[in-house]
Design a protein around this ligand. Sequence first.
Ligand code: GLC
Length: 741
Amino acid sequence: MLKYCLIVFALLANNFCQAQKTIDQKVDSVLKLMTLDEKIGQLNQYNDDLNATGPVTLDSTKKQQLLKGQLGSLLNCVGTLRTRAWQNIAMQSRLKIPLLFGQDVIHGYKTTFPIPLAEACSWDMDAIQLAARTAATEASASGIHWTFAPMVDIARDPRWGRVMEGAGEDPHLGSKIAYARVKGFQGNKLGDVNSVMACAKHFAAYGAAIGGRDYNSVDMSDRLLWEVYLPPFKAAVDAGAATFMNSFNDLNGVPATGNAYLQRDILKGKWNFKGFVVSDWGSIGEMINHGNVKNEYEAALSAITAGSDMDMESRCYKNNLAQLVKDKKVPLALIDDAVKRILRKKFELGLFDDPYKFCDASREQAALNDPDHTKAAREMAAKSIVLLKNQNNLLPLSKNTKTIAFIGPLVKAVKQNKGFWDVEVPGVDSNFIVSQWEGLQNKVEANSTLLYAKGCEIEGEDKSGFAEAIDVAKRSDVVILSIGERRDMSGEAKSRSNINIPGVQEELLKELLATGKPVVVLINTGRPLVFNYTADNAPAILYTWWLGSEAGNAIADVLFGDYNPSAKLPISFPYSTGQIPIYYSHFNTGRPATNDSNRNYNSSYNDLSIYPRYEFGYGLSYTSFGYSNLQMSKKKIKAGETISVSLAVTNTGKYDGEEIVQLYIRDKVGSVVRPVKELKDFTKIKLAAGQSKTISFTINKEKLSFYNNKLQWVAEPGDFEIMIGTSSKNILLKDEFELVN
Ligand code: GLC
C-alpha cells in the first residue's frame, strides 16, 4: 500500500512540477520577448479615472502607455464592461500581455458584509471565510482579478481610523482570521473563475502608528515586531496569499517600501514567498517625503532593491528604472525577478489563455443577485453584533411589543450601514441595502406600531430635534436609540484624537432615559468608542459596528431574539482616550496594578481604572454558560510532549446559544518578560438551553514558545498557567503545569 501511495504521490508531484514548470517555462518564454521598457511596464500600476483611493496624478496618456506595453495593472476599475474595454487595448499591444485589475474588495463587492473588525467579533472562521468567498465570487464576476485584502495589521489604538479594517489587537486571533480570509478570497486555486488573488497588507506594522495618526512612524523592537505584528502576515503566506502590499509607514527608521529586512530577508527569504509585492498608493515616491531618499531616481532604486515589485501610482519605476539599469545601479536580474513574479500570477489566473475570462456579463448579473449571498451577509452581520449590556434581560424584545420608538440619526440611514471601504458597483443603486428602520418593519408583527424621530445629527450641538424624540418616546413601550459615528469617521486617513460619541447624541439618550421608558442603544461605528454615560445608564447596549447591506435585518434578528448574540470583542475598549494603548496581553511590570482600590506605588493611573471599559474577548449572550470539570492529561511535559486540556461547558440559561471558549496561557518566568496572559486557542460551540458539552484543547511546545532577546523562537522550561474563560478578564477555570528539559 505504502509503495502505491508513494508512486501516486510521485506522479502527482511530477504533474504539479510539470504544470508549474510549464508556467515557469511560459513566463521565461514571454520574458525573452520583452524589451526593457515592456518589462518596466509590468511593474507599473495606475488608478482608473473613475474614482480614487489616494492622491490623484492627472495623466491622460494611460491608454497610449498601455498600447506601448508600459502598463501592467489598473486599480479602481470595476465591472465587466469597463474592464473588457481596457483589456481590449492591452490586446492591441505588441505582446498582448493581459492587464491585471485590482480592487479594494475589503468586506464585500456588491453584497456588503460587516466591516472586518465587526466580522472579527464572530470568532467564526467558517463564516469569515464564507464572507471572503462570497466577495470573491461577486468581484471575479465583475472583471476583478485581485483584491487588496485581507488587511491583517494588528491594531491597539482605536484613534487610528483603519482599526475598522483589521481583526483587532491579538496575533493569535488575527492570524486565524488572516488565514481564513486568504483562503476565502483565493478559493480552491487561482485560475478558478470565481477566485481572486488575495493581498496581505500592509507590510508591516502599519497599525502601530505613533499616536494612532495614520501614516505616522512606527518604532518597535524586532521582538515585538516578530511576536505581535508579523504572525498574521506569516499566516497569510501559509494560506498561499498570492500578493502582499507594503505599508506607508517607516519602521524603525526605514520606510516599509524600501525595507529590505521586511521584503527580502523575511518575506521573500525566510518565508520563501513566491508571489509579488505591490507598493501602497504612491509610497515609493513618498520615500522622498520620509527623507530617506533624495529624489525619484533614488526612490526607485531603494524600492526595487528592497523587493517592491509593482509601483502603485507613483510613476517612479516608469520614469527611472530604465536609467537605473543603464547606470548599472539596478541589475537587470532584479527587474526580471519582479516581472516574472507578476507574469507568473497572470498565467496562474489563466489570463494569457483568456484575458476576458472574468468579464462575463451574464455571470456578473447572476453573481450580483444571488440570494445565498444575501443570506450569508445577514448571518455574518448577526454574528458580528456584540451584546455589551442587558440589564434585567430587557432584550430580546417581543415581536408583539405594542409601540416601539426607533430614534436617532442612523435609524433611516442607508449607505452609512456599508461602512468604509465599500465598493460603488456600476449600475447598482443602494436600494438593496436594508436600513435599520426597514429591518424593524420587516420583523415586527402587524399589530405593532413603529414611531420614528431623528432626534439629532451625528455631529453638531443642535438639540432642536429633542422635543419630537421625547414625545415619540413617551408614546412608546420601548425605545431603540441608534447612534454613533458617520461611516467616514473611521477608515483610511480618519484618525481621531477624541473617540467619544460625537455631538449631542448621549445628551439625547439622557433625555430619553428621563422619560422612564426602557432604552436599547445601538452603537454604529468603525472603532471602539468612548461612551461612559451610555455604558453606565442605558439598560441595554448592542455594538452594531457597520454591518453592511443586511444591517437592518441582522439587527432586528438580534433585537427580537431570532439570533442570540454570540460575538466577543477582538479589541479592548478604553474608558478614555487617555488610557490608550490598552490591551490585555500586557507585561506584569515590577509594580503591577492588580485592582482599582490600590494605587499605591504601582503601575496605574491615579484618576482612572486599570481595566478597559470592555476587555478583549468580552461579549454577552441572552443565555449564560458555566464551565466545569477542568481536566489536564499531564501536569509536567517535556518539549516534544503535549497536554490535553478538557472541560465541560453548560448552557445554564433558557435560550439556545453559542459560546466562544477562550484558552489563555501565562509563562510565569521567561528570559524576557512574558505577558500576563496570551490567547493560545479558542473554540466556538453551540449549546441548546441546558445542554452540556465537553471540549478539549491541546497544549504543545508551539503554544509555549516566544522570541527571546536573540530572536530565537524558544519554549523555556518552567511553570505555566492555563486560564480558560469567557473573556480575557472573566477567567472561570485555572490550573498550572510545568515544562521540563
Ligand atoms: C490606499 C490604501 C490601501 C489600498 C490602496 C488602493 O491608500 O492604503 O490599503 O489598497 O490605497 O486603494
